[in-house]
Design a protein. Structure first.
Ligand SMILES: Cc1cc2nc3c(=O)[nH]c(=O)nc-3n(C[C@H](O)[C@H](O)[C@H](O)COP(=O)(O)OP(=O)(O)OC[C@H]3O[C@@H](n4cnc5c(N)ncnc54)[C@H](O)[C@@H]3O)c2cc1C
Length: 405
C-alpha cells in the first residue's frame, strides 16, 4: 500500500515509453524523480509492438538496445505495403540512406514497457504502481504536483514540476485544462495469433479493397506468433468512429490467404490512437505533457512509440533546464513548447494534409505501383512514413513526375 504523501523534484504520471524515458533521463541527471502509474507492472498495452528504426535509435541513446537485441526479439529489416489493387511495395531500411538504424524490432509491450521502467529505476527513479492520478495540485495558477487514489486511499504528490505521460487516455487532461473532450481518434485493434505461415523480417501493411478506410497489419514475433491488427483513419469515413473494429478485423483476416486459418493466442483488444498534435497546449505553469498525451502519433502509420520516447527526451531537457532555473514552473514550459514546435510542428501540419490525399485508394494504387520503379519516389514515401522526410515532398514536382509517368 503506497504512503499518502510524497515529495519529489519531478512527478511523472504514466510509465509507458514516454514516462519511463523522461524518468530515466532526469534520474540520470541527478533529480529526485517519482514516476506513478495506475496499472500494476508489468502490464500489457494494446499495440502492434512495432519499433521503427527511429525508435531503435532512441533505445540506443538510452542504453537499453543491447539488452533488447541480445534477448532475441524479432529484427525487422524492411516494410511491405500492399495497395487496394494488389500493387506491392517493398522497402529495406538499410537501402534508404535516411540516417536511421537499418532495422526495427517487434517487442511485446508487456516486456518493452517493463524493461524501460526498470531501466529508469536502475538509474534512481522511484516508482509507485496502482496510483490513479485524478488531478493536479495547484497554488494559484501553478501546478505543484498531483493527487489521486491508490487502494481506496487519497494520495498527494508534491513537486515543482509535473510531467503528464498518460498516453491516449484523456481522463487527466481535463482537470489540467488541456482539453475538454476526446478529439477524433484512429481506432485500432489487435491480437496475437499463431499459425500465420511465411512470416518474414518485414512489417506488413495491407490496404485491401474492402478496407479502404484503413489498413490491416501483420508484425512477426520471434516466437513464431504474429501481432495482427487493424487501424481505421479517423477522418476517412464518417462511420469509422462507430465501426465495429472487431468484426472488421475478423473479416479482414477471413479474406487474407495467410490469416484465414490463424488461431488467436489471447484476447483481441482495441484502443484509440491520438494523432492530433499540435492542436492542444503542450505545457503550462508547473507541468509538461509528453508522448501520446500530446497527440504525437504518426497519423498514417500509427507509430507512436518512437515519438513518445523522442518527445520525452525533449521534455527531460526542458525539465532539467527548468529545475535549474529560479522558477521551474515558468522557464520549462515556454522553452519546451518552442522545442516541440521546432521538432514536430512542421511535420505534423504537413502530414495531416498528405494523409488525406495519399491514403485515398486511387492514390495508394498509383503510389505503390510506381514506387518500386523510382528510387526517389520510394525513398520519399518511406521517409514520410518514418517521419524523417518532409511530407510536403509529396507535392514536389519530381514526386508528381515519377507518379504520373
Ligand atoms: C492497437 C494499437 C496499435 C499500435 N501499434 C503501434 C506500433 O506498432 N508501433 C508504435 O510505435 N506505436 C503503436 N501504437 C501507438 C503506441 O501504442 C502509443 O503511441 C504509445 O504507447 C504512446 O506511449 P506513451 O508513453 O505516450 O503512452 P502509453 O504507452 O499509453 O502509457 C501511458 C501510461 O499512463 C498510465 N496512465 C494513464 N492515465 C493515468 C492516470 N490518470 N493515472 C496514472 N496513470 C495513468 C497508463 O496506465 C499507461 O501505463 C499503437 C496503438 C494502438 C492502440
Amino acid at each position: 500500500m503506497p504512503e499518502n504523501k510524497y515529495r519529489a523534484d519531478v512527478v511523472i504520471v504514466g510509465a509507458g515509453p514516454a514516462g519511463s524515458t523522461a524518468a530515466a533521463l532526469l534520474a540520470q541527471r541527478g533529480w529526485d524523480v517519482l514516476m506513478v502509474d495506475r496499472a500494476e507492472f508489468p502490464r500489457d498495452k494494446t499495440c502492434g509492438d512495432g519499433l521503427t528504426p527511429r525508435a531503435v535509435a532512441v533505445l540506443d541513446r538510452l542504453g537499453v538496445l543491447p539488452a533488447l537485441t541480445s534477448n532475441g526479439y524479432q529484427r525487422i529489416n524492411g516494410a511491405l505495403t500492399v495497395a487496394p489493387n494488389g500493387a506491392v511495395f517493398h522497402v529495406r531500411f538499410g537501402d534508404l540512406g535516411l540516417g536511421l538504424p537499418d532495422y526495427g524490432l517487434v517487442v511485446p509491450r508487456f516486456e518493452l514497457d517493463d524493461r524501460l521502467r526498470r531501466h529508469a529505476m536502475a538509474l534512481g527513479a522511484r516508482f509507485v504502481a496502482g496510483l490513479h492520478v485524478t488531478g493536479p495540485l495547484r497554488q494559484g495558477d501553478r501546478v505543484t504536483g498531483v493527487e489521486g487514489q491508490a487502494g481506496g486511499q487519497a494520495v498527494r504528490v508534491e513537486a515543482p514540476l509535473t510531467i503528464v505521460a498518460t498516453g491516449a487516455s484523456i481522463g487527466l487532461l481535463r482537470p489540467f485544462g488541456v482539453l475538454s473532450q476526446m478529439p477524433p481518434t484512429v481506432n485500432a485493434i489487435r491480437g496475437y495469433f499463431t499459425g500465420v505461415p511465411d512470416l518474414s523480417d518485414e512489417f506488413e501493411f495491407y490496404f485491401d479493397r474492402e478496407l479502404t478506410a484503413g489498413y490491416g497489419w501483420i508484425f512477426p514475433l520471434a516466437d513464431g506468433r504474429a501481432n495482427v491488427g487493424l487501424a481505421l483513419f479517423n477522418w476517412h469515413r464518417r462511420d469509422n468512429r462507430e465501426a465495429n473494429t472487431r468484426r472488421l478485423l475478423a473479416d479482414f483476416m477471413a479474406r487474407h490467404p495467410r490469416l484465414a486459418a490463424a488461431s488467436p493466442d489471447g484476447p483481441v483488444k482495441g484502443y484509440p490512437l491520438r494523432t492530433d498534435f499540435p492542436r492542444y497546449r503542450s505545457a503550462g505553469r508547473g507541468y509538461l505533457l509528453t508522448g501520446e498525451a500530446l497527440g504525437l502519433v504518426h497519423p498514417i502509420t500509427g507509430e507512436g512509440i518512437d515519438l513518445a520516447m523522442e518527445s520525452a527526451e525533449v521534455a527531460a531537457a526542458a525539465a532539467d533546464a527548468a529545475l535549474r532555473s529560479q522558477d521551474p514552473g515558468k522557464e520549462g514550459p515556454a522553452c519546451y513548447s518552442r522545442a516541440l514546435a521546432a521538432a514536430y510542428g512542421r511535420f505534423f501540419r504537413a502530414v495531416h494534409v498528405v494523409e488525406r490525399i495519399a491514403t485515398q485508394p486511387r492514390a495508394l494504387n498509383r503510389l505503390l505501383r510506381k514506387a518500386p520503379q523510382h528510387p526517389y519516389l520510394a525513398r520519399t514515401l518511406a521517409g514520410i512514413n518514418l517521419g524523417v522526410v518532409s511530407p510536403w515532398a509529396a507535392f514536389y514536382p519530381r514526386t508528381w513526375w515519377e507518379m504520373f509517368t
